[in-house]
Write a protein of this length. Structure first.
Length: 466
């Protein structure tokens, strides 16, 4: 309400009064909700917020020129953006809530880049009230406060560096070109859900050949198909964004850190439904701009300078980049064998099908760039996940650009399976039955390649059908 906004305005205004980390910290703490302010960070529960990671970035990682640019130009611009919120979002923004009804359903929210920048500036200053647990949360306090970890902390600060670079670019655009530079650009967020039972998969006569597959050991999903119309997988957490504004730095977190407009989906999208609900939900983010280059992965992630996005815009002002966010099941320690159960294979296939279904008729001509979905910390078998995504792509009528992230052995396995299953004119239903018959032996947790037993089983069975 107005009274709370007066508190935020008093903490931040006028732009330019926040000249160092100490004054910035005080301002953010004033903007935080009373409950969160009193709770303190969960580690130790001291009731105090020190924002040590934000302090380390600004006082230790930044050089003198970067500090001056941040406090002298970028931060005042961020304050202006934050305080614009009542004027740029005069009515409540619709939320993308869970779909519990039958059939295929879709919800959509459209925001312009100025609205997104204002919302994200408020997230930086932690002004959002505490929301229900079914939403991921959008305030940045977790990223600012993370306890020091010699392996993870540097990478987490690099994510924050990416986000600050985004604010630098957008505030400079506003100064140079006016509000139209941002109000004429749009990003849309689409929550989609499908219901499809096992019989539809096991009875499918769709040929796997309906989906062309190009396997690549080199390259990355986000650099696929430039400067065309990329449709790129986001290996999502069911809480969209995962640890992007806390302690995480793998595929989804990196993808949103280099395109921060997507982070606002955490304020919009309730947790995605999956195996327990009878409906499989995914999220599409259409039109987000990429602002950053990077090197490394996980603990080795580093901001590597500015990125000029060359992807064209459609007639509505959205960039022709689609991120399709779909969450895999987490198979923890000693759960490897579980993922071959028919019900869980169907669950993953439904998620991938929902993620790959075209949004518009022309999307059918665009390849989906994807790869080892759910195969890192989530314990998925890389060969199984390829076969599941191939079946989903065939049902959706989509091409796949499949990236194995420098795993040449996995690329060779996938290419061999692809060749032999095509030669046998295998259908989606036949492959589902093959997977249903596979019984993995004792598994010793190994590298991401995995899948040798599954590969040999499928090749043996297919060779008998020739």
């Amino acid at each position: 309400g107005k009274r709370w906004w007066d508190v935020i305005n008093a903490a931040l205004a006028p732009p330019g009064k926040l000249r160092d980390f100490a004054t910035l910290r005080v301002a953010i703490r004033k903007c935080m909700s009373t409950a969160k302010k009193q709770a303190g960070w969960g580690f130790g529960g001291s009731g105090e917020w020190f924002f040590k990671q934000l302090q380390a970035l600004l006082e230790d990682d930044f050089d003198a020129e970067e500090r001056e640019s941040f406090f002298g130009t970028t931060l005042p611009g961020m304050v202006k953006l934050a305080l614009m919120l009542p004027s740029v979002c005069p009515t409540p923004i619709p939320l993308l809530r869970q779909n519990h009804g039958p059939g295929s359903v879709q919800q959509e929210v459209l925001l312009d880049s100025l609205q997104i920048a204002s919302l994200l500036a408020n997230a930086f200053f932690c002004t959002f009230p505490d929301g229900p647990d079914s939403f991921p949360g959008i305030n940045f306090w977790g990223l600012f406060e993370m306890p020091y970890d010699p392996k993870r902390s540097p990478a987490n600060r690099q994510k924050l560096r990416c986000i600050i670079h985004y604010f630098s670019r957008q505030t400079l655009r506003l100064e140079a070109e006016g509000e139209a530079a941002l109000t004429n650009r749009f990003v849309s967020f689409h929550r989609r859900g499908i219901t499809r039972d096992a019989r539809a998969w096991f009875g499918s006569v769709t040929p796997l050949g309906f989906a062309e597959v190009a396997v690549q050991a080199d390259g990355t999903i986000e650099d696929s198909n430039p400067p065309g119309e990329p449709w790129q997988a986001d290996f999502a957490n069911k809480y969209i964004g995962g640890g992007v504004i806390s302690n995480g730095c793998v595929q989804e977190e990196i993808r949103l850190a280099i395109s921060p407009e997507g982070i606002i989906s955490r304020a919009l999208a309730e947790v995605l439904l999956g195996e327990d609900s009878g409906i499989s939900e995914t999220l599409l983010i259409v039109g987000s701009e990429r602002f950053c280059n990077y090197t490394g992965y996980a603990a080795g992630f580093k901001f590597a300078g500015d990125h000029q996005d060359t992807v064209a815009e459609d007639e509505t002002g959205r960039r022709l980049t689609t991120l399709t966010a779909f969450d895999a099941i987490h198979f923890g320690y000693n759960q490897y064998r579980n993922q071959f159960r028919a019900g869980l294979v169907v669950r993953e296939a439904n998620k991938a099908l929902c993620a790959f279904r075209p949004l518009t008729p022309s999307d059918g001509d665009r390849a989906v760039a994807t790869g080892n979905w759910g195969c890192g910390a989530f314990g998925g078998d890389a060969v199984l996940k390829f076969l599941i995504q191939w079946m989903a792509a065939a049902e959706a009528g989509r091409r796949l650009d499949y990236f194995t992230f420098k795993d040449a052995q996995l690329s060779a396995r996938i290419q061999l399976l692809h060749r032999e299953l095509l030669a046998a004119n295998t259908t989606v239903g036949q492959l589902m039955h093959l997977l249903g018959e596979f019984k993995p032996g004792q598994y010793v947790k190994g590298p991401i390649g995995g899948g040798e037993q599954l590969q040999n089983f499928v090749l043996h069975r297919v060779s008998r059908q020739h």
